[in-house]
Design a protein around this ligand. Structure first.
Ligand code: FES
Length: 79
């Protein structure tokens, strides 16, 4: 598996809505971070589907090196 692109070295806060599906960009090349815009096509990456169980603010990983996708786990501090 190739290395993802680091979109930015800090998480992106998003107000999510309960019951909504979100497609987290794992490749780092989307122009609509932190979510997939189809830019992964032709690569080994695919987006990760996550469904919000409750509404609220979530911090999505943008460095794409988190061990707890789609959320930030602080991995960007080591990059
Ligand atoms: Fe990155 Fe789709 S654009 S996973």
């Amino acid at each position: 598996m190739s290395e993802p692109t680091i979109a930015q070295k800090s998480p992106i806060p998003v107000e999510v809505e309960a019951g909504t599906d979100y497609w987290w960009c794992s490749c780092g090349n989307s122009k609509k971070q932190p979510f997939c815009d189809g830019s992964h096509k032709g690569s080994s990456f695919t987006p990760l589907k996550w469904t919000a169980e409750e509404s609220g603010r979530k911090f999505f990983c943008a460095c794409k090196h988190t061990k707890a996708p789609p959320f930030c786990d602080g991995s960007h501090k080591a990059l």
